[in-house]
Design a protein around this ligand. Sequence first.
Ligand SMILES: [Ca+2]
Length: 476
Amino acid sequence: MRRALVFCIVAFCCISVQAADKPRAVQPTPPNIVFIMSDDHAAHALRCYGNKIISTPNIDRLAGQGMRFTMALGVHSLCAPSRAVLLTGKHSHLNGMTGNFTRFDGAQQTFPKLLQAAGYETAIVGKWHLGYAPPTGFDYYKIMRGQGAYYDCKFLETGKDWHIEKGYLTNVITDTSIDWLKNRRSDKPFCLMVHHKAPHGPYDHELRHAKLFEDLTIPEPDTLYDDWSTRDPLRTGKYPPSKMLDGSWPRENYQPFLDSVPNDRRARISLLYQMLFKDYFRLVVSLDENVGRLLDYLDQAGLNENTIVIYTSDNGFFLGEHGLYNKMWMYEESLKLPLIVRYPGVVKPGSVNDDLVCNLDFASTFLDFAGAEVPADMQGKSIRPLLLGERPADWRQSVYYHYHGAYDMPEHYGLRTKTHKLIHFPKYGDGNYWELFDLDNDPRELHNIYDNPAQAERVAELKAELKRLHKTLNDE
Ligand SMILES: [Ca+2]
């Protein structure tokens, strides 16, 4: 007995020393998952991703404690399709959500259902945006109707009918998430998905933030007045959901101010830019504060040890780059996601990863960490090795993107490698319009070099890769 006790003490000490010396490869029990996803939050609207104007100390704190990804991409830059990609680990053509208003088949395989089968308790709070039917795969849900409203939002909650909750939405979502954590009685590992509406429009900020940035002039991106030369669909098409002056921002908020300046495109874009993005940043500040509240609660409740915390957004966003507001296009600001992952003892604090990852990968990653089998028909890859600081030799060299054409935007698909981007607009013109960008030499994507004879070999190589992706992803 005594010998067994001594052995246990020695073994425990060894484990403790090992834990202190280097990250643990295996956790003793399946980790909890707290997945925080905002809506339309551009990575470059975070201080830790290089924004010099806005202060985001709480999300930055998470980045300091975990791994920040610089090449995290969304495979379909639009709210509802992105959520379906997240849940199913499949591209839109397979999960059926090709636009914001197509029907999501809640009976299909999703990772929350598979986590439940693996012994997890699952919950979702906030934006669902996949129809009005109760979410499937969750032991608890409290979701907004469609886009929801920033003030006094209506919710559908487990065991209750639609009802209004007083208050500011970002605070309500955080309060509900913390209450769920406080009140849960299960000893199962859990997966809590916290889906904020912020900073999606309309830009109804918290009243206490009304004066933030008031006396500031936000520096303009140097592509704000882009003439779209060499990018024909942008130059020749109207596409009002995406262009600064035509955008789907709340017209009643900004139009009277625009009408007060001379009818000059540049002057109007300049004015709108300041109004629009000051409001957007106000929403991000509120979001960051609420992420901080949730992180503080996890610390207080001792839930920071064996819990993976993720911060991301459903899609990127143009902050005036290319004269655009919104997302949808495959250009960098819309394509790239903020992605931060904290997992104490496993993920090296303050680390940065530049590998190509995408939002297809969440489902496989969570199942992998849960010790559950990843179904062969899921199309993402578990990023667990990357989080452990290891890069598999066969890690992907390209990510496939397909915007299916919702909101009368041009359908386009393509691929991004670490250095290049190839885009095809299959229904534009004669159906043979392509764009190629050399992202090392032209990171702002101003020069479409597809027709440059010197690029012929590169084009052939990327087209072969696109063909391979179409085949392997079953999107032919
Ligand atoms: Ca969105």
